[in-house]
Design a protein around this ligand. Structure first.
Ligand code: APR
Length: 248
């Protein structure tokens, strides 16, 4: 049962959204939770692989030390992802892209579910798990085209390939973050959906939007360090709340 406070909050957000021309959205693992993708931190426990915390197996150091084991972890995640479908949160955000003169969707997720829901030009701040990158020549390939060899071998220079995702200890891909900052800075409304807002520099984007004058909205069942800066907080699952904001 939606509380009276939540109804009012939804109304306030709906009004700001329908009055906006430029909208910026940042998503995290929580937007894919209702599709069955495990989050990293929400719910109090952290993902672990063979006793290693996710930030260790998903690290630049691990690529140096044991690339086959990194692939074993990512192949497990590809296995989980391969049967999963976008949920109403992904689908709602895909519909929003044609409703505003300026709409930007930036995600920390590497699952490709926004694109599967029909979102175009998604700013993938942390890369995409379906893509591999050559450690020597930087050539990229769809993992599904690379056969079973692990690590996969580059089709251009025959060197080993690694997952084309941003690992712990690595910088974000040049360009995509800067474009996200520019879009956030000029947004009238900024949505932060399904992120614990703990990992930088992605977590700085809502702050950039707020300083730029944006109406800041958080959608998350739990409070985050960002909550106190928000103009509105919608407490609950994104797949249930985003469709309530109209444009369906
Ligand atoms: N709808 C909205 N939010 C949800 C839902 C849901 N159905 N279910 C969980 N959440 C929220 C949780 O309350 C939590 O605040 O989503 C958030 C998920 O947080 P994390 O697991 O920390 O994921 P994220 O913020 O995306 O992590 C950032 O850290 O591990 C790295 O590179 C990885 O991109 C990731 C980054």
């Amino acid at each position: 049962m939606t509380s009276r406070l939540q109804v009012t909050e939804i109304e306030r957000v709906r009004e700001s959204l329908h009055a906006a021309h430029s909208v910026f959205v940042l998503t995290g693992a929580g937007v894919s939770a209702e599709s069955g993708v495990p989050t990293f931190r929400g719910g109090g426990n952290a993902a672990v692989w063979k006793g290693m915390p996710f930030y260790e197996i998903s690290s630049a150091g691990m690529v140096e030390r044991d690339l086959p084991e990194v692939w074993a972890w990512f192949d497990y995640r590809l296995g989980v992802l391969s049967d999963l479908k976008p949920n109403p949160a992904h689908k709602t955000l895909a519909r929003w892209q044609d409703k505003f003169s300026s709409f930007t969707l930036a995600t920390q997720n590497i699952d490709g579910l926004h694109q599967a829901a029909g979102s175009r030009d998604v700013y993938e701040l942390h890369g995409n798990v379906w893509t591999a990158r050559c450690i020597e020549c930087d050539a990229r390939s769809d993992v599904r085209r690379l056969g079973a060899a692990r690590p996969p071998v580059c089709l251009d220079c025959r060197n080993p390939m690694r997952p084309d995702v941003v690992l712990f200890g690595e910088m974000l891909p040049v360009g995509v973050f800067d474009r996200a900052v520019d879009a956030a800075r000029t947004a009238e409304v900024c949505f932060v959906v399904g992120t614990s807002a703990l990992v930088y520099p992605a977590a700085s984007l809502p702050e950039v939007a707020k300083r730029g004058g944006a109406f800041l909205v958080e959608v998350n069942p739990e409070k985050t360090p960002l909550t106190e800066y928000c103009d509105a907080s919608l407490r609950g699952p994104a797949g249930e709340l985003l469709p309530l904001l109209g444009f369906e």
